[in-house]
Design a binder for this molecule. Structure first.
Ligand code: SAH
Length: 594
């Protein structure tokens, strides 16, 4: 879960808010009027909404009603929304408003323990038994959650529960539940539980190895067989472990994905230190990898010093697998993750044009990387995150830095304006991953964003209503000849064109040259719109005829949309608008659907 955000809306609550943030590893957010020099500008309700949509647990040191009103329109599902707590500014009450069983009750208890005051719990099972079966402690998983509601209803109606399973006697945290004798209705243990609800301690470590290119199905089948032989439910897996060399191996990643378990990797040296505990060492593996065992050693290293091998090395044609089990749930995973790089599209500027997924990626990242001006656009939610700023032009350095930090096992967000895949960092990142083996291990995930052409189109009318293309007029990476040849082709094909990077201080002739090419193919009165600073301070929109388009109309902060021969301009009470009909038949409503 990402770091909680403690939002304080009045100076009188600051002391409690600061203490609360310190107690739960949270970040303090307050308006500049409350926290001069370190507070955020803009509306507190926007900031609270953005934090919530980004998946951050929110502790509001303010009236409960403020949080309710502000978040009402953003509520999703009870399992997907982050916890929300209202706190009295005296610190006397900690009130979980949302997500009691996804962390809010636990957080309220922690706050009350640290600062005094009372957690104001309203969820029935917490009040009656001091626990929630659907919110087990760290290191435990709930299997068959859908089967739990009947049991909870019976408990609340005053009946007892009969526990079954190998760990039934060891789960102290279930002590508050009333018991009954008879056939079990709740299983506690790492073994499979059939259809019954089960609380599963995550105490198993799966070690895997394989030859390069092993089919994922082969390794998954071998792992399934190993779990079966051990009599363990896949939910008992705390992690899937292997050697560093396999961090970019599809089959290993697929096994971890199959069981919803994190993948962790060790150096050959770390694995070799497990040699005294390994059952089935191999000289061949030592020659190839630098340690005498991968699967067994990785399982043992994953299970920790108190763990032991449950299933020794199992082999298939191209894979190996072993299973070790620790006496208690494994809480701190050993080894390094693959590392994750989020390619985050923040849209043209304003927060309203940013997807919740993009905000969530920023919230989840341990470090945020980007061009300084784009990081500034992200606003207050970035305020206290570790940030690495780069100057304009340092694109390759930016991407390399982000990948290198991720390859060390971190979650890194690389922030880009508009859409990260449109004339932006995503292709450079993939180029580096393609070229450099060290980056192959990193899990790269991109969020789609509102690109400048979409934002411009929304302001202009519906210029992209028929076939269209984007052309960048930057000649830094593409020669002038190629650019003009593409303009010519687009002009011949009668595409609507969005020109990115239309004019820079040192490049002023390409836009007029492109205009002249276009004028040979479409009317001089073809509507053109120049949209500048979309979604940012100083946004402007200007309509001109194609023949009148000049370099002075645009700069690097504008995108130029040139209509096709069918595009139309009209005057409205809100100013000029441009649209491109969907086709010859669309005015009669028989065009393509959508
Ligand atoms: N990834 C960005 C594009 C980067 S190329 C996106 O998807 O929007 C940079 C060019 O994009 C600028 O020269 C300009 O043409 C356009 N652009 C980016 N943001 C803009 C904005 N807020 N307003 C107008 N044009 C913008």
């Amino acid at each position: 879960m990402s770091a909680p955000a403690v939002v304080c809306l009045a100076r009188t609550g600051l002391a409690v808010a600061r203490e609360a943030a310190a107690a739960i590893g949270g970040e303090l957010f307050a308006p500049a009027s409350v926290l001069p020099g370190d507070g955020f500008d803009g509306r507190p309700s926007d900031v609270i909404r953005e934090l919530f949509l980004a998946g951050r647990p929110v502790v509001g040191v303010c009236a409960a009603g403020i949080l309710v009103r502000c978040l009402a329109s953003c509520l999703g599902g009870k399992r997907s929304d982050p916890p929300v707590i209202a706190a009295a500014e005296t610190g006397a009450f900690w009130i979980p408003l949302l997500g009691g069983h996804v962390g809010a009750n636990a957080l309220a208890r922690r706050l009350a323990d640290a600062l005094g005051g009372r957690p104001v719990l309203t969820t029935a099972s917490d009040l009656r038994f001091g626990l929630a079966l659907d919110d087990p402690p760290e290191g435990w998983a709930l299997r068959n959650p859908e089967a739990l509601s009947g049991l909870t209803a019976k408990l609340l109606a005053g009946e007892g529960v009969a526990l079954g399973g190998s760990a039934a006697g060891r789960a102290d945290w279930l002590a508050g539940l009333p018991r009954r004798e008879g056939a079990p209705d709740l299983m506690v243990g790492a073994e499979p539980s059939g259809d019954l609800p089960a609380l599963v301690p995550k105490c198993a470590a799966l070690g895997v190895g394989c030859v390069r290119g092993c089919r994922p199905e082969e390794l998954i089948a071998l792992a399934d067989g190993t779990l079966h032989a051990a009599g363990l439910s896949p939910d008992a897996l705390a992690g899937v472990f292997s050697v560093d060399l396999k961090a970019d191996e599809e089959a290993v990643v697929a096994v971890a994905g199959q069981y919803g378990a994190p993948a962790r990797f060790f150096t050959p040296g770390e694995l070799e230190s497990q040699a005294p505990r390994v059952r089935d060492p191999s000289a061949i593996v030592f020659r190839e990898v630098g340690c005498h065992s991968v699967a067994e050693a990785a399982a043992l290293a994953g299970a920790g010093p108190d763990g032991s091998l449950r299933v020794g090395k199992q082999k298939s044609a191209s894979a190996t697998c072993a299973l070790a089990v620790a006496p208690e749930p494994i809480l701190d995973l050993a080894g390094r993750g693959r590392g994750r790089l989020f390619l985050v599209s923040i849209g043209p500027g304003c927060a309203a044009w940013r997807t919740p997924e993009a905000s969530r990626m920023i919230a989840e990242a341990e470090e945020v990387v980007g061009y300084g001006a784009y990081l500034d656009l992200v606003g207050p939610v970035l305020r206290q995150r570790p940030v690495k700023r780069f100057a304009l032009g340092e694109e390759a350095e930016r991407c390399r830095y982000a990948l290198a930090r991720a390859a060390e096992g971190r979650s890194v967000a690389l922030v880009c304006s508009g859409d990260v895949g449109v004339y932006a960092m995503a292709s450079l990142v993939w180029e580096l991953v393609d070229r450099e083996d060290a980056f192959r291990r990193v899990e790269v995930r991109a969020s789609p964003g509102v690109t400048a052409a979409n934002a411009a189109a929304a302001r202009i009318g519906a210029p992209l209503g028929h076939d269209h293309c984007m052309i960048s007029l930057s000649d830094l990476m593409t020669s002038r000849e190629v650019i003009l040849a593409r303009v010519e082709a687009a002009a011949r094909a009668d595409f609507v064109i969005s020109f990115y990077n239309p004019v820079s201080a040192g490049r002023r002739t390409l836009l007029p040259a492109a205009r002249d090419v276009l004028l040979r193919h479409r009317p001089s009165t073809t509507p053109v719109a120049v949209a500048r600073n979309l979604g940012r301070v100083g946004e402007s929109l200007r309509h001109v005829d194609l023949c009148a388009l000049r370099a002075e109309d645009a700069d690097m902060r504008s995108v130029v949309l040139v209509g096709a021969s069918t595009s139309r301009r009209l005057s409205t009470a809100d100013g000029a608008r441009m649209y491109t009909p969907r086709g010859y038949r669309s005015a009669r409503g028989t065009g393509a659907a959508g």
